[in-house]
Design a protein around this ligand. Structure first.
Ligand code: PMP
Length: 410
């Protein structure tokens, strides 16, 4: 039951067919939402409909199906534009996901703007997807990667960030919300500070788009990236938002069909935005499915969802107090939807295995944030992550199961 009266979580759950099943003879409790979210029937139906009635390659057909689906694909772009409040729909590029989007920016922005001796700033709590592409770029261009430290609550040290900026700094890349800790980073302050020095900022929105309102114009971020599958959409699709002024200047990251204007053996001219960055047949099913997921969220209301998830996190944090010897990682006041923890003396993997036997799906390990785990001097955590369809009853089941885990191993 939700404790937000206007939010009907039981009716929302009915929209997600996967949630109704049993795992190891127990009703499934799915708390691995930071890894991927489940899909509402509306999204599943939309994809089914494409393959049963609408499928055709887009953008180059003269025939009915191709034209119709091209229109749907461009409508999907407009849905994304309005969801994140981008100024122009051509600032929305469809990709395969967050990793793809960050690689595209690192390569393309790096090609144009990063030279030997330049500096790129990231933070200690980034996902590997927002570390490795910058590391590779730094190696390629003989540039320097600087890492802003965090405190033990899991918050980025803004003073250190400010001191790190130099005339050589060319870009800042930071996650909006940490996937391992749930910290909502003070990206407003980071963007404001970076912009005072005319430095663009990329926000990794893989964990924010599904949990809070995102307005890229208000944030004034230069790039914002996310994955469809983490926002109740299909796998293998994602978004790269970039301000027009950057995307216009940046060279294509991949080349081939669709992204060209004219090809001769003497040379090639590139297509206009956003097609310049969409080489080859795009994942149009993924893009349309993701747009359908965003419509679903819009129907339910992102603020109502955020309120519900905030309630879940507070409730879960309080319930964890009933389990002896538990340590929570990520204790910022600005936090959402993620509860990362360890029980003293019990390996995170063992905890996860036993929870699984009780029908509870959590993630264990370093969550693709090894440097962050190093900060805390641990190998990994158990991570329960909440979504719009989770309930307080499920958290009670998690608490009871953890008490059993504790008894089993002591
Ligand atoms: N950044 C963050 C903060 C993430 O949580 C994830 C997914 N765990 C990624 C990037 C990578 O997303 P994807 O695997 O969908 O490309």
């Amino acid at each position: 039951m939700s404790h937000n009266v206007s939010y009907d979580v039981s009716s929302i759950r009915k929209d997600f067919p996967i949630l109704g099943q049993y795992v190891h003879n127990k009703p499934l409790v799915y708390l691995d939402n930071a890894a991927t979210t489940q899909k509402p029937q509306q999204v599943i139906d939309r994809i089914h409909q494409i393959y049963t009635k609408e499928n055709s390659n887009i953008h180059r057909g003269v025939h009915y199906l191709s034209n119709k689906l091209t229109e749907e694909y461009e409508n999907a772009r407009e849905t994304v534009r309005s969801f994140i409040n981008a100024r122009h729909s051509h600032e929305v590029v469809f990709t395969n996901g967050t990793t793809h989007s960050i690689n595209a920016v690192a390569y393309s922005f790096g090609e144009k703007y990063i030279a030997e001796g330049d500096e790129i700033i990231i933070t200690e709590l980034e996902h590997h997807a927002n570390i490795v592409p910058w590391q590779v770029l730094a190696e390629r261009k003989q540039a320097r990667l600087k890492v802003v430290p965090i405190n033990d609550q899991g918050e980025i040290l803004l003073d250190a960030f400010q001191r790190m900026i130099s005339p050589k700094t060319k870009i800042v890349a930071v996650s909006h919300i940490s996937n391992s800790l749930g910290t909502i980073n003070d990206v407003e302050k980071i963007i404001e500070t970076a912009h005072q020095h005319n430095i663009p900022v990329l926000l990794d929105g893989a964990q924010s788009i599904q949990h809070q309102e995102v307005d890229v114009q208000q944030l004034d971020c230069d790039f914002y990236v996310f994955s469809g599958h983490k926002v109740y959409g299909p796998n293998g699709s994602g978004v790269l938002y970039g301000k027009e002024k950057w995307l216009e200047e940046m060279p294509p990251y991949q080349t081939g069909g669709e992204m060209i204007q004219k090809v001769t053996f003497a040379g090639t001219t590139y297509n206009e935005l956003p097609f310049k960055f969409e080489a080859g047949t795009p994942n149009y099913v993924g893009a349309i499915g993701t747009a359908e997921a965003l419509k679903y969220i819009r129907e339910k209301g992102i603020r109502a969802i955020a309120g519900h998830e905030e309630d879940l996190l507070h409730y879960a944090t309080a319930q964890m107090g009933e389990i002896p010897d538990i340590t929570i990682y990520g204790t910022s006041n600005r936090k959402i939807s993620v509860l990362s923890f360890l029980i003293k003396g019990i390996h995170h993997y063992d905890t996860g295995m036993v929870l699984d036997k009780m029908g509870i799906a959590v993630r264990t390990g370093h969550h693709c944030t090894e440097p962050l785990m190093n900060h805390f001097g641990i190998e990994g955590t158990v991570r329960a992550s909440f979504a719009m369809y989770n309930t307080r009853d499920e958290i009670d089941r998690l608490r009871d199961a953890l008490i059993k885990v504790k008894q089993m191993f002591s």
